[in-house]
Design a protein. Sequence first.
Length: 114
Amino acid sequence: MISAYKTFWTKAFDFKGRSTRSEYWWAFLANSIIIFLLVIFVGISYAINETLGLFLNLIYLLFILGQFIPNISICIRRVRDMGKGWQWIFINLIPIVGGIWYLVLLCQPSLPNA
């Protein structure tokens, strides 16, 4: 998981490569854990001290904004690994059905010649 997360950040601006299914999902899991912990810390810090809560909330916001480009990058690399064009990430714009369809796409195995 740590190596996949490190790759997530080191290939943040690589939109032409490929990402395997496991690399994508391990990075997703690591991001989810970090976001969950930040949310818990923000909630606890607001209960202790409002200034500390605002500071940790700012850190949370910066983390969310900072991972925007790497998330787009790994999604494009994952879609390319399945043999699809990068434009398939826009299927998420279709309400409800698009997100489900994209999730199914992300779970597809890699194509050897993609």
